[in-house]
Every structure is written in structure tokens, then in C-alpha cells.
Design a protein around this ligand. Structure first.
Ligand SMILES: [Zn+2]
Ligand SMILES: [Zn+2]
Ligand SMILES: [Zn+2]
Ligand SMILES: [Zn+2]
Length: 576
């Protein structure tokens, strides 16, 4: 093709090079452009969808892949991706979403009851839960590969399409197994219609909700415990009335708790899904209710622990951390059976030396206060978690890192000779301290992620403790190595005594301190711990087994003697 001569040949070569370069760049650039365009379209679609979800009356969630065979409620086609409502479980693909939103009603949070006071079933057809059985013929539902069979969004009854006609009580919904926890739509409808909003009126209305009605609010912290909160919110919305389920990333506990003031006084329960910190947050909000004169509406608090090392939850029998070991339905059953106990809450005042004119720092305490090695561990851990938060999202890594800090600190011994720098007063009496590196003041039975601090190991008798005795237990530790030994049940702390008021005077230098796992470094100061109030908590009497917490569940299998069980239900405990 090329003509004679070197020049022409060179010309031809460079043209070939250019052609090659052109096609190569085209081969690279075109896919990149296509990918970018697709992802731009996708994100545009996502924001559009988010907008749509926000305005919708359903609680839509989008998924790229359904976790079970799913059929669109509009076109009946089998779908792999699309949206589902986490209140009423309606599913739809993207094309049918608009129609589904317009034509299918969601679970009504507020509605009048039928003429004879009966609640109607609210059937949603198709996509019944796996392993659900027909209320009429007792055979499994949802086994055919199509949109078939129905579930009532209130009572969770499932029925075959063919059996629907022979269903007894077809026009009367009992609200199902958890009727004692659900706020029925007709209750809210009537409260809304009341001319005079008064607690006595609420109690009258409550008679239509059955005896033993203890409506429950769910307050979930979606930020704690590996996104478990998000899934739990959906499950509770589908089992209860969506109006009683709150996401604490969107609403503060004090606002959510205002729903209590529309319910009969003394009946409400609050389930807190989160860590001990979230529980403290909610309990503080309840104290604020007391200050506002809403004493009579104070709810009883129960816990579904997320994350790790939740000692308060563990003390109350709800386990140290929930990761879906038991179904949510079982959690609700445990709450129905739980009993009410009182729990002391404490006020920690920190008055820094030399700053007489400044107000002392005041903190609320549910679990424990400590000065010394375990506070130092928490402080180190805290500082590193702030720096690299993503590294700390796994609970196994968290435990490993926590342990590493503990051993590293063995070498440093920053808390040496604490007994020479600190004075301890129990109920106004000075306590002579042995050679110590740390002091821990406990309100509850567990400490340090599942360790029985006051009771310790062995059969040595110890003074009895209760959650509501108005007493704090004070112990000393010899150092971080001793701390670690205590945590694995190889050593006991030094029991220093019990008291109604604890005063600590730090005379010199800076020391690590913590209240309920919130650590800080503190210079010379006076710390006074006094009784603040009592909270009403729910206590679960059979311990949940937790596989990564075997030392505490092992100690649970020994039959506890009556005087050192965490808190025997005594005459002082109120009953719901
Ligand atoms: Zn469809
Ligand atoms: Zn819905
Ligand atoms: Zn029903
Ligand atoms: Zn059937």
C-alpha cells in the first residue's frame, strides 16, 4: 500500500501508530464513559427514589437483592430487586413502585374500629414469611412459586387463598400474640377525639385494649452494634404499630417519650435497643419527664443490648450483646414475662481543685465510676477509636484491641501509688487504703464486660447487694494486670466497703477516670457520688446464653445462693 522511499515508509509507520493509539484510547475511554454514565444514572435514580420514599406513607426500603423468593404485589412477577415496606411488607419492583404506593394502603397507625368495637384483619397478599402456617388447614403457606396466600399485618395470621373463606372470626382481628404490647389504631383514634385529655380518660379507653395491656415503645439506636438497629426497627414496625417504634438517629428520646403522656399512666414499657450508653440517654430523658411533672407517665425500661460489654443489660438479665441469636418474637415474649425492679441512679459531682467559682461537673451514673487502670484502658481505647473509627466497627477487633491496651499498660504502670495520692470517704468516714492503683465504685452486679466484681470468684461469702438498696459497692485493684486477672476470674478485687455516699479526694497529679465507660483525664479534685433517683427497669430472670461471654454464663450455671444473686425480686419491687 505504501509508496517507494524511506520518507513514505516512515509516514506510513507513524500513521499506523496513530491509528493504534486512537483505537486503544477509544477502547479504554468508551467503557469508562459508559460506567460513569451508568453510575450517574443510578445515583440520580437513588436520590429520586429517596425523595419518593420520604413523601410516601409506606416505610419503603430499597434492596438490590431480596433475601427470599419475592413477588411484586402489583404485577405478580418474580422479582430480585426492588422495594419493600418494613411496616406492611408490601413488595414491588421499580416499575410498579408508583402504582403500589398509590393503590396499596399501609398499616394504619390511627383508625376507628368497626361498629361493634371490633378490629378488622388487614390482609396483605403474597410474600408471607418463610415457615408460616395456615390458620385454617395448618399446612405451610407461601409454598407455591407465585404471589399467593395472605398475612394480616396486625395479628400476623397467615391463610391460604383457598382457605380464606372458611376462616373463623374472619372479620375480627385479635391483634395476635403481642396484643398486650401493641398500641391499637382505634386507641389513638379515640384519644385524638377526646375533648379533654386527662389520664383518667386514657384509663377508661384502655379497657377496650384488653386486660394486662402494657403498650411498649421501641427506641432504637441505629448507630450502635453493626447496623443491627436498622433491621430491628423494621422487624418491630412489622410486629407492632409503626407509631410506637422510634429511630434515635432521627428523634431524641425526650421527644419520643412524649407518646407516654397519651397512654394510661403506669402501664407503658420502653424497649431501648442499643448499648448501655443509649440506656443512660433514655433514663436521663425520663428524669427530665419527672422534672416536668410527668411523674405518673414514667415508663418501665427494658433493654435489647447492641454492641459488646453491656454490663447494665447483663445485670438485668438481658445479656451482654444481641446479634440475632433469638428471633425478635422471643425477645417480645421475654419482655411480656419480665418483672419490674427498681434501680438506683447516682449523681457524680466533680469539683476541680482551685476552681471554686466554677460550677462542678455533674454526671449521671448507672453502672460504675472508676479511677485507675480500667479507666486508662478506656481512655486509650477511646482516643484510638476517635482517630480510626472504621477499624473499630467489628466487635471481635474491639475486644482484641481492648485486651492489647490492657497488656501494654502493664508495662507502663501509670497509676502507681494511688493510695498515697487519693483519700476515700465512705458515708463520711475515711477508709485506710492498702497499696492500690485503682478504685472502682459499682452500682450494678457486672463490670468490665461480664465480670461479677463484688461477688468475685470462689465461695467466700460477701455482703448482699441489690439494685435498689441505695448502696454503692467500692473495691480496689492492684493494677492493670490484676484488672485483667479479675476479668478472667483468676483473682478477686479488694472489697473496701459499701456506702450511701462516696467521696474521693485526688490530692495531686492527673488520673484517668470514667463514668459508665465515658473516660477523661482529671487533675486534682473532689468527687462526690450521691443518690439521684430510682428508675423502673424490667428484669429477665432466666439468663440468655451468649457464646462469647462464656465465663459469665458458666458462673450462671452454679446455683446462686439467695444473698448474692444479682437482685432477688424482693418485696420492694413494684409489679406492673
Ligand atoms: Zn411489578
Ligand atoms: Zn406499608
Ligand atoms: Zn389480624
Ligand atoms: Zn390453608
Amino acid at each position: 500500500m505504501c509508496g517507494d522511499g524511506d520518507e513514505a515508509q516512515g509516514d506510513c509507520g507513524s500513521r499506523e501508530e496513530w491509528t493504534l493509539l486512537f483505537w486503544t484510547s477509544l477502547a479504554v475511554i468508551v467503557p469508562v464513559i459508559i460506567t460513569l454514565w451508568c453510575s450517574a444514572q443510578r445515583s440520580k435514580r437513588k436520590t429520586h427514589m429517596k425523595d419518593f420514599f420520604r413523601k410516601s406513607k409506606h416505610g419503603w426500603r430499597y434492596t438490590d437483592l431480596f433475601n427470599k423468593p419475592t413477588y411484586c404485589c402489583v404485577c405478580s412477577q418474580h422479582i430480585l430487586q426492588g422495594a419493600f415496606c418494613d411496616c406492611c411488607s408490601v413488595c414491588a419492583d421499580e416499575q410498579c413502585l408508583q402504582r403500589a404506593d398509590r393503590s396499596l394502603a399501609c398499616k394504619e397507625i390511627m383508625a376507628p374500629s368497626g361498629p361493634d368495637g371490633a378490629v378488622q384483619h388487614r390482609w396483605v397478599r403474597g410474600n408471607v414469611p418463610l415457615a408460616s402456617y395456615c390458620a385454617v388447614c395448618k399446612q405451610q403457606c407461601g409454598t407455591q412459586p407465585k404471589l399467593c396466600d395472605s398475612r394480616c399485618v396486625w395479628c400476623q395470621t397467615t391463610v391460604h387463598d383457598d382457605c380464606m373463606e372458611s376462616l373463623a372470626d374472619a372479620d375480627r382481628c385479635s391483634l395476635g400474640e403481642f396484643r398486650s404490647l401493641i398500641i391499637p389504631p382505634h386507641y389513638l383514634y379515640r384519644v385524638n377525639k377526646l375533648r379533654r385529655r386527662h389520664p383518667d380518660e386514657y384509663s377508661k379507653l384502655a379497657s377496650s385494649c384488653g386486660s394486662g395491656w402494657t403498650p411498649m415503645l421501641v427506641l432504637a439506636n441505629t448507630r450502635s452494634g453493626n447496623n443491627m438497629g436498622e433491621a430491628l426497627l423494621g422487624e418491630f414496625r412489622s410486629l407492632l404499630n409503626p407509631v410506637q417504634v422510634f429511630d434515635l438517629s432521627e428523634i431524641s428520646p425526650s421527644k419520643a417519650l412524649q407518646l407516654c403522656t397519651l397512654l394510661p399512666p403506669g402501664s407503658v414499657r420502653v424497649l431501648v435497643c442499643g448499648g448501655d450508653g443509649t440506656v443512660g440517654w433514655v433514663l436521663d430523658a425520663i428524669d427530665t419527664m419527672k422534672l416536668k411533672g410527668q411523674d405518673q407517665f414514667i415508663p418501665r425500661v427494658t433493654i435489647l443490648p447492641l454492641g459488646t460489654g453491656n454490663d447494665l443489660s447483663n445485670t438485668l438479665g438481658w445479656g451482654a450483646g444481641y446479634a440475632g441469636e433469638i428471633p425478635v418474637e422471643q425477645v417480645l415474649r421475654n419482655i411480656v414475662d419480665a418483672e419490674v425492679v427498681k434501680m438506683d441512679r447516682w449523681k457524680v459531682q466533680v469539683a476541680s481543685k482551685g476552681l471554686y467559682f466554677r460550677k462542678p461537673k455533674v454526671l449521671s451514673m448507672n453502672n460504675y465510676f472508676s479511677v485507675g487502670p480500667d479507666a486508662l484502658m478506656a481512655l486509650n481505647f477511646h482516643a484510638h477509636r476517635e482517630k480510626t473509627p472504621s477499624f473499630f466497627s467489628s466487635r471481635i477487633i474491639n475486644k482484641a484491641v481492648y485486651f492489647l491496651y490492657g497488656t501494654k499498660d502493664c508495662l507502663v504502670q501509670e497509676c502507681k501509688d494511688l493510695d498515697k495520692r487519693i483519700e476515700l470517704e465512705l458515708d463520711g468516714e475515711r477508709v485506710a487504703l492498702p497499696s492500690l492503683e485503682g478504685i472502682i465504685v459499682c452500682n450494678i452486679g457486672y463490670w468490665g464486660g461480664g465480670c461479677r466484681l463484688w461477688r468475685g470468684m470462689g465461695d467466700e461469702p460477701c455482703p448482699p447487694t441489690r439494685l435498689d438498696d441505695g448502696l454503692l459497692e467500692v473495691v480496689g485493684v492492684f493494677g492493670s494486670f490484676h484488672c485483667a486477672q479479675i476479668q478472667v476470674n483468676l483473682a478477686n478485687p479488694v472489697r473496701l466497703g459499701q456506702a450511701h455516699t462516696v467521696r474521693l479526694v485526688l490530692k495531686s497529679s492527673k488520673m484517668p477516670m470514667q463514668v459508665d465507660g465515658e473516660p477523661w483525664a482529671q487533675g486534682p479534685c473532689t468527687i462526690t457520688i450521691t443518690h439521684k433517683t430510682q428508675a423502673l427497669m424490667l428484669y429477665h430472670s432466666t439468663e440468655q446464653t451468649d457464646d462469647d461471654d462464656d465465663e459469665s454464663s458458666a458462673s450462671e450455671t452454679e446455683s446462686p445462693t439467695p444473698h448474692d444473686s444479682p437482685q432477688p425480686p424482693g418485696p420492694a419491687s413494684a409489679h406492673a
